[in-house]
Write a protein that binds this ligand. Structure first.
Ligand code: AMP
Length: 315
């Protein structure tokens, strides 16, 4: 089942306590595609500028991803983002965001991209996500990511698009910011009332939690000795999560996914993200192999299961 993704395709300049990189390939759609392409064929949608080279295009094509709808805008500049991570890698400052070619982009999807049964609206202006959603009427599972910037400056459009997806994947604190609810479960409950049937809260180094109307599931991040660059971890998680679901989508729609498929999607997303953060930019996911991802999924299962023991407690 193929997967269409729209979202930023970017050049990122990143500083972390372990080094820095200037104008490396990044972007939400890029990181997503590198992970989701381990599961199914990915169709990437988005504009790039004259500064985007053959080397970057070739990385986007990793594992057969289709880039027919990656449009080169002549005279334009590729989306640019600059970020700085603190010693506590959970804290990141955005130093610059330049939408560039995304500012006036009106996506026109090819038939192949429109016909994907799975759609991921990666982080970009909510208005653009809406334009793509409207062209993929037949999609059976639609997931969406966003960020605090769009909650601040385009909340109404963001709520509009959230109402039209099956699954919302957002940082824990952004779920609270979006709903004004102080607690994760109550924030998720509120959004479940808007339309989505699955909410995923990304919690950085602490993992991720999944909430549906009748289920809660949570996994820690994969325990690593060293994290070098967390940029794109959320999008890589989403690529593993949505990619796994795409392999399991039966004849029903997103509402019908079993809790075990959702838990496995969480594990594949978590395992994929762990390879992303071990190296800078796209390096980790370009090099990863399927067997290594499956091994980490097995490790996560062993790490998190336990047999409850009955003990006599003093009342
Ligand atoms: P993550 O670390 O998963 O939050 O994603 C980081 C990626 O998001 C980087 O590669 C950036 O290029 C991209 N990004 C940062 N800000 C934005 C934005 N406002 N809209 C879309 N993509 C963004």
């Amino acid at each position: 089942m193929s997967i269409t993704v729209v979202g930023s395709i970017a050049f990122d300049s990143v500083t972390t306590p372990f080094g820095e990189r200037d104008r490396m390939l990044g972007g939400a759609a890029t990181h997503f595609a590198l992970a989701a392409s381990m599961f199914e064929t990915v169709h990437l949608v988005g504009p790039v500028g004259d500064d985007f080279g053959e080397r970057e295009l070739s990385t986007l094509r990793t594992r057969g991803s289709n880039i027919d709808d990656v449009e080169r805008i002549s005279g334009g500049k590729t989306f640019f983002w600059k970020g700085h991570y603190h010693d506590d890698l959970n804290i990141r400052d955005t130093l610059d965001t330049q939408l560039n070619v995304f500012e006036h982009f009106h996506p026109k999807l090819s038939e192949a991209s429109r016909n994907s049964e799975v759609l991921f609206l990666a982080n970009i202006q909510p208005g653009l996500q809406l334009q793509v959603r409207e062209q993929c009427e037949g999609a059976r599972f639609v997931a969406l990511d966003s960020m605090n910037l769009w909650i601040d400056i385009a909340r109404d459009e963001l709520v509009e698009i959230i109402k039209r997806v099956d699954c919302l994947i957002l940082n824990d604190e952004e779920l609270r910011q979006l709903t004004g609810k102080p607690n994760l479960v109550s924030a998720a409950r509120e959004i479940l009332g808007w339309g989505p049937s699955v909410i995923v809260a990304k919690q950085g180094e602490y993992g991720a939690a999944l909430i549906t109307s009748d289920h809660f599931f949570s996994l820690p991040a994969y325990p690593l000795e060293q994290v070098v660059d967390p940029t794109g971890a959320g999008d890589t998680f989403a690529g593993g999560f949505v990619g796994m679901i795409a392999t399991q989508l039966g004849d029903g729609n997103g509402q019908a996914l079993s809790t075990n498929v959702l838990s496995n999607a969480m594990a594949y997303g978590t395992a994929a993200a762990s390879f992303n953060v071990e190296r800078f930019g796209t390096e980790g996911l370009e090099a990863v192999d399927g067997a290594a991802v499956r091994k980490r999924v097995g490790d996560l299962w062993r790490l998190t299961r336990f047999e409850p023991l009955d003990v006599d407690l003093i009342s």
